[in-house]
Design a protein. Sequence first.
Length: 390
Amino acid sequence: MAATAAIGTALALTAAACASSGSGPSAGTATTGAAAPVPAKYNLKAAGCPSTIVLQTDWNPEAEHGGQYELLGPNPSINTSAKSVTSELVAHGGADTGVKLQIRAGGPAIGYQTVTSQLYKDSSITLGYLGTDEQIALSKTQPTVAVLAGMQKSPQIIQWSPQKHPTWKTIADIGKTNTKVLYYQGAAYMNYFIGKKILKQSQVDGSYDGTPTNFVASGGVYAVQGFATAEPYTWSHDVRAWDKPLKYQLIADTGYNIYQQAIGVRKDKLAALTPCLTKLVPIMQQAIVDYISNPGPTEKLILNLVSQYNNGWVYTQGTADYAVKTMKALGIIGNGPGGRLGSFDDSRLQQLIGILKPIYQAENKPILAGLKPSDLVDNQFIDPSIGLKS
């Protein structure tokens, strides 16, 4: 995730790069033999899918992406220059699907550009990670449709030192003080906080660069944005200059409840991809369930990719384990409406359109006139029988 981008600059990179290409470990599934027939229910080739489905992610490989890396079969081919990995796309139990999957890293690998810009720049990309705020902002110029909610809640947070601020329980508590809040300049949720008087304009500081430097320099007096799946663990375990607990509140729990890491397509490609998505999306739903149930083998692949990509970012087994535990505990990975994993809630989307429309208008970024939830998401591909068990 973007807020973890520069943690590696504060830590020593311990793993050296491997060869420019090679084989990674299995993602935890065993494919059938090459000559075995492809099961009809999983036959993505027969459904008209591309021979290689390309997924553009928004960041370096991490546990939050595990449900997608779960789809890679054994012995994937790793391109360390392009920061991508390719293998047979396998369904539940290692079933062959007749096509390959290539997963491309985002963030530094694409010059910190948006995934949407990559979808429109490179026609070979089939799917991309999308956030609702990005979808709304670009609904007029680069429209996309999300077909699977990879997360039900965004892990974005505002965090603080409980030692310095023992009475704080929510972000609104911060707003009752004049404490500085560090964040990435341009984050739309901050406009929401200011407009709702959750925080004051005078206390927010858009100079956050992803490192703990300024927070640590303040002695933990400042509050700072982050991700529930990363900084509360990494800063208290891997950043020696801090090495203390952090408390936080999810931004989603303040009313700014975007879908982050939704998986979608360019709107002008949806019709042509519909036969493919009808078979592919349930396979992707089940892969998320399988990953959350047994993350270990796919975590091994993710950690190997981080090591081989060798771009200065540090990611550890401890962080990956913590991320999975946190996603389960907070419902970041969870079922949508009707107990269906990956489904979207139209009323939630309509609320977000109402929140973001005036924010983007004020920034001279007009959105699509009459924008509706159905312009942003499509639940038709979701298999209602697939969900996490309580």
